[in-house]
Design a protein around this ligand. Structure first.
Ligand SMILES: NC(=O)C1=CN([C@@H]2O[C@H](COP(=O)(O)OP(=O)(O)OC[C@H]3O[C@@H](n4cnc5c(N)ncnc54)[C@H](O)[C@@H]3O)[C@@H](O)[C@H]2O)C=CC1
Ligand SMILES: O=C(CO)COP(=O)(O)O
Length: 320
């Protein structure tokens, strides 16, 4: 039986990195056709077509310069030609272009094709937000998995180690994509909660913009020293304050009692510091402006129910 033809819809920074992996993986597997089509949004680079450059120099000089693509990855400027005969379609374009492309693909889709979306984004649908994978499902009536992870395209192209997650409602299809995409240094876990995987991938981009805002507003240099974000992450994962606070919720014992039971004479600094800061906030009439610090103090020392923790944060004056 001939191997399944793969088409990559997209050839940007991530699309080209993924093409490098797919091109190599199909050569090593009987499951896939050894030639891969990569749809390229055509543009001129110094008087030459990008597809022509990719097909002769095997490099996407605009979106992934410095990396050779395998020769079995063929750049195709016509989307209809690119998807012709494809049984496996990898969608990897900026999300704003997906609906239009699906409309172009639909009349030419091969029966039994399956898809995977590497696209991090959401769209506005008739009933609120819509997952990109749902747009593809609705328009093409194919099974769609998703792949999202902590993956920077140029690092993956450099073959640096990282992990990623495939969300597959149809696990058998998820495993086909794992075979297509996994390498020794790009390790894949397949889970069934596809929608959760996709939402994580889309929403983290908004937080990334916020992180950029913060770095632009303040000098980030000191926060990037060990004393800053690194210590915050470390303490929240592995520290004594975190450990005792979790036990406080699970056992309903007091912080003082748990400190004695769990720390063998070692001392917690967080609750005490929250009390000191709370006094200062009271003096300056700022208690309501610091709901996180205030709620933690009140839970630790004033008997406030820990179940109200989220409610405390919901009542920030800025939200009113
Ligand atoms: N770059 C990265 O490190 C990663 C990107 N992603 C996600 O992958 C998706 C694709 O991103 P990249 O491959 O990085 O793209 P990119 O941002 O590097 O490139 C833009 C791509 O869009 C194409 N394009 C421009 N105008 C177009 C049009 N009118 N119609 C169709 N295509 C057009 C360009 O030709 C180019 O291929 C995004 O959702 C991104 O969030 C996910 C993980 C890592
Ligand atoms: O998705 C990514 C990392 O996981 C790439 O993020 P950016 O699109 O912000 O470069």
């Amino acid at each position: 039986m001939p191997g399944k033809k793969v088409c990559i819809v997209g050839s940007g920074n991530w699309g080209s990195s993924i093409a490098k992996i797919i091109g190599n993986n199909v050569k090593a597997s009987n499951r896939f056709d050894p030639m891969v089509n990569m749809w390229v949004y055509e543009e001129m680079i110094k008087g030459r077509k990008l597809t022509e450059i990719i097909n002769t120099e095997h490099e996407n000089v605009k979106y992934l310069p410095g990396h050779k693509l395998p020769k079995n990855v063929l750049a195709v400027p016509d989307i209809v030609e690119a998807v012709r005969g494809a049984k496996v379609i990898v969608f990897v374009i900026p999300h704003q272009f997906i609906a239009d492309l699906c409309d172009q693909i639909k009349p030419h889709l091969t029966e039994g094709a399956i898809g995977i979306s590497l696209i991090k984004g959401l769209s506005e649908g008739p009933d609120g937000i819509q997952l990109v994978s749902d747009i593809i499902r609705e328009k093409l009536h194919v099974d769609v998995s998703v792949l999202m992870g902590a993956n920077i395209a140029s690092e993956v192209a450099d073959d640096k180690f990282c992990e990623t997650t495939i969300g597959a409602k149809n696990v058998a299809n998820g495993l086909i994509f794992k075979e297509l995409l996994q390498t020794a240094n790009f390790r894949i876990t397949v889970v069934e909660e596809s929608d959760t995987v996709e939402l994580c991938g889309a929403l983290k981009n908004i937080v990334a913009v916020g992180a950029g805002f913060c770095d632009g507003l303040v000098s980030s240099d000191t926060f990037l020293e060990s004393c800053g974000v690194a210590d915050l992450v470390t303490t929240c994962y592995g520290g004594r304050n975190r450990k005792v606070a979790e036990a406080f919720v699970k056992t309903s014992k007091s912080i003082a009692m748990l400190e004695e039971e769990m720390l063998n004479g070692q001392k917690l600094q967080g609750p005490q510091t929250s009390a000191e800061i709370y006094k200062l906030l009271q003096k300056k009439n700022l208690v309501n402006d610091y709901p996180l610090f205030s709620a933690i103090y009140q839970i630790c020392f004033e008997g406030r129910d820990v179940k109200e923790f989220i409610t405390c944060l919901q009542n920030h004056p800025e939200h009113m």
